[in-house]
Design a protein around this ligand. Sequence first.
Ligand code: HAM
Length: 423
Amino acid sequence: MTNLIQPIRGMNDILPDAIPRWQHLEAVTREVLEAYGYREVRFPVLEKTELFARSLGEVTDIVEKEMYTFVDRNGDSLTLRPEGTAGCVRAGLSNGLLHNQVQRLWYAGPMFRHERPQKGRYRQFHQIGAEAYGLAGPDIDAELIVMSARLWKRLGIAPVTLQINSLGTPETRAGYRQKLVDYLTLHQDKLDEDSKRRLQSNPLRVLDSRDANVQALVRDAPSLADYLDDESRAHFGALRGLLDASGVTYAVNPRLVRGLDYYSRTVFEWSTNRLGAQDAVCSGGRYDGLVAQLGGRPTPAIGFAMGLERLVSLMEEAGVPAPESTPHVYLVRAGTAAEAAGFLLAEKLRDALPRLRLVMDCGGGSFGNQLKRADRSGARIALILGENETKAQRVGFKPLRNSAEQVELPWEEVPSRLAPWLN
Ligand code: HAM
């Protein structure tokens, strides 16, 4: 066992015991997204590196230091997608889905970032994202937020809290940026190394620094809210009105800037205090400039993505029960005739009860050993088929999780006896 190949740091195997919770999260999310008219789109995990450099911003953490980039056999620079928005826009443009149309799209899958792994932060992680195109007004911003609030309710994972902010347009942001740089330059000695670097490259990111001294400094910094253009201010006001009317509680956080360059106007983040430092479970915002930046006609756009690992942890934390995945029935067979007949019986039961989870013992052995395996499988019922039962087209029906007696039934009666045990 010395030369076992180790998994890659920050990339996890998701094992069968954990899967029911993942599937539940995925199924409920899909149901909610589709209830609001979102349709699934699937696009590649690999894209040209240029797509991400142009969308996310050259001086963002992701593009500067977190991408899995390599040169393929044709000499092209490719990157494993660090997020889904850029690929979604690219797929929309490549297939003519965005021009002069309203589209509500969703996607799910793995994303890759070479970050420092810790609880809730991985190098391969999974997102479900939703993106809406062709809608410029604040109603779609509000609807996306209301939809995510419904999702938390459906999943039973409150409390998650919502922060919102408006980043204005690129022009208002450029004006504000200069004011911020002037202020931060005056107080450079109080900045940590990371913020000093960001002051040069991407000063707005200093606003969401986690360093306590920087946070104190930023509290007195000029606020982006004071520099918003009239249209952005009206958009944000209308969004707040719609959220208030929908009963969604939120906090306005003027320091919420997000780590990607494509945002404009509305940004938002749902977070929790149950998971430690990696507290954002769903984040997004408006990116009205991105479609044109990637070569399309100007198209308003907004979306969010949620981190599935974090939501699964939150479901565990909140004690949301995982759906049952153990078999309902374990079928044991002994004797040559019973072995063949067991196949037949199993298939008849699967025909009659499509939701039945039936495991047939394979590999043989004594009844005693097979029944031990039946018990270990977690099944509720053992069906027992020996030579005598086979001849009579009957089967032993043995409840494994209560003290009810074993009974013998004709095959045709088994489906109706099993029906109450299925969930
Ligand atoms: P993001 O904030 O980078 O935004 O990621 C969205 C969510 O993915 C986060 O809130 C978090 O739950 C999860 N996440 C991010 N990085 C990791 C990681 N290393 N390990 C585990 N979970 C992680 C985006 O990706 C944008 N594309 C969202 C968006 C869609 N904006 C508009 N449309």
